[in-house]
Design a binder for this molecule. Structure first.
Ligand code: SAM
Length: 285
C-alpha cells in the first residue's frame, strides 16, 4: 500500500543544468595530449591509482580519499566526461545485460512506496526503474557530478542530488525505501557502516533497504565449481572480478550481513546469492 503523502518542506535543492557544467578532467584530453594518452593506457593495463580532480570541480574537496580511486581500471575513476559516458554503456555490457534485470527486481521491491532514494545512483538507472514501477517521489544521490550529468540527461524527471550516501541532506524518516545497486562493495568497512546508519536515519520505521551486489561465489569458488554450477558465465564473471580493480571488495564479502544489519537496527528479510548477484532486503526495525 502506498504511504500517505506528507509535505516535504526541508528537501534539498535538486541539481540544475548550471550545476552540471563541469570542467574537463585529464582523461577528457586522451586523444589530444600525449601525457593523458599514456596515463590512460597505464591504468587500463596495470590497474588503478589515485584520482586527480580537475581544478574548479564543485565540492571536490569534500570527497573522501577512499572514493578517489581508479575503480575498475577506469582512468580517473568516476571523474571525467569520457569515462562517465563510457562506464554508463560499458557496465551494462560487461555484466552481459544482467544488471538491468536486477534493477527491475530491486524496483519491484519498492513499488508500493511513496518516496524512495537511490544511493550511489550513477547514471540513474535504478531510480529510473523505481519511477517506472510507479513510485511517485523518486530521489537519487551520487558523489560524482559526472555520473549525475548523465542521469540528468537520461532521466530529466528525477530529483537528483549531489552528495555522499553517508551524509545525505534529507530529513529523518523521509523515505519508505532506499535502493543501493553495486554501491557497498565499493566502500571500505567504516564507510559501509556509515552509509547503513544514514540509511536507517532517512528510512521511516518499517521501511526497506534493497541491495544488489556482486555475488561472493565468483571470487570464492574454484573454477571447476563455477563451471559445473554456472557454465561459461561462472568463468566469465570470475575473470571479470579478478581483472577489474575493486579495492574494497574483500571488506564487503568478508562481513556477515546478519551481524551488520542487526547491529544497525535492521532485520534481514532476504539474502540470496547466485552468480553474478547477491540480492539483499533489510527492513528497518
Ligand atoms: C558501480 S557504480 C553503480 C551505479 C548505479 N547504482 C548503477 O546501478 O549503475 C557506483 C556508484 O556509486 C557512487 N558512489 C560511490 N561511493 C559513494 C558514496 N559514498 N556516496 C555517494 N555515491 C557514491 C559512484 O560515484 C558511482 O556512481
Amino acid at each position: 500500500m502506498v504511504a500517505a503523502a506528507r509535505p516535504q518542506t526541508n528537501d534539498p535543492a535538486v541539481l540544475t543544468p548550471s550545476d552540471l557544467e563541469l570542467p574537463r578532467a585529464w582523461p577528457d584530453y586522451v586523444f589530444r595530449r600525449i601525457g593523458a594518452f599514456f596515463r590512460f593506457l597505464r591504468t587500463l593495463l596495470f590497474g588503478g591509482r589515485d584520482v586527480v580532480l580537475p581544478p574548479g570541480l564543485r565540492r571536490g574537496e569534500e570527497l573522501p580519499a577512499y572514493l578517489l580511486r581508479e575503480f575498475h581500471r577506469m582512468p580517473n575513476g568516476y571523474y571525467s566526461h569520457v569515462l562517465a559516458n563510457g562506464y554508463e554503456r560499458g557496465f551494462e555490457r560487461a555484466m552481459l545485460g544482467h544488471v538491468a534485470s536486477v534493477r527491475i527486481w530491486m524496483a519491484e521491491q519498492t513499488k508500493d512506496s511513496r518516496a524512495v532514494l537511490d544511493i550511489g545512483c550513477g547514471s540513474g538507472k535504478l531510480a529510473g526503474a523505481m519511477a517506472s514501477v510507479g513510485v511517485p517521489d523518486v530521489w537519487a544521490i551520487d558523489a560524482s557530478l559526472y555520473q549525475l550529468k548523465i542521469a540528468a540527461r537520461e532521466y530529466p524527471a528525477l530529483n537528483l542530488v549531489h552528495g555522499l550516501a553517508e551524509s545525505t541532506p534529507f530529513d529523518d524518516g523521509r523515505f519508505d525505501a532506499v535502493g543501493a545497486c553495486f554501491l557497498f562493495h565499493e566502500l571500505p568497512t567504516e564507510a559501509q557502516n556509515a552509509v547503513l546508519a544514514e540509511v536507517r536515519r532517512v528510512l521511516r520505521p518499517g521501511g526497506i533497504l534493497v541491495i544488489a551486489e556482486p555475488s561472493p561465489e565468483q571470487v570464492r569458488d574454484g573454477l571447476r565449481t563455477l563451471w559445473r554450477q554456472h557454465g561459461w558465465r561462472g568463468i566469465y564473471f570470475r575473470v571479470l572480478a579478478k581483472f577489474v580493480t575493486e579495492p574494497y571488495l574483500e571488506q564487503w564479502h568478508g562481513r556477515s550481513i546478519t551481524e551488520w544489519a542487526t547491529g544497525h537496527g535492521f532485520v534481514v528479510e532476504k539474502d540470496e546469492s547466485k552468480v553474478p548477484f547477491r540480492r539483499i532486503v533489510l527492513r528497518r526495525s
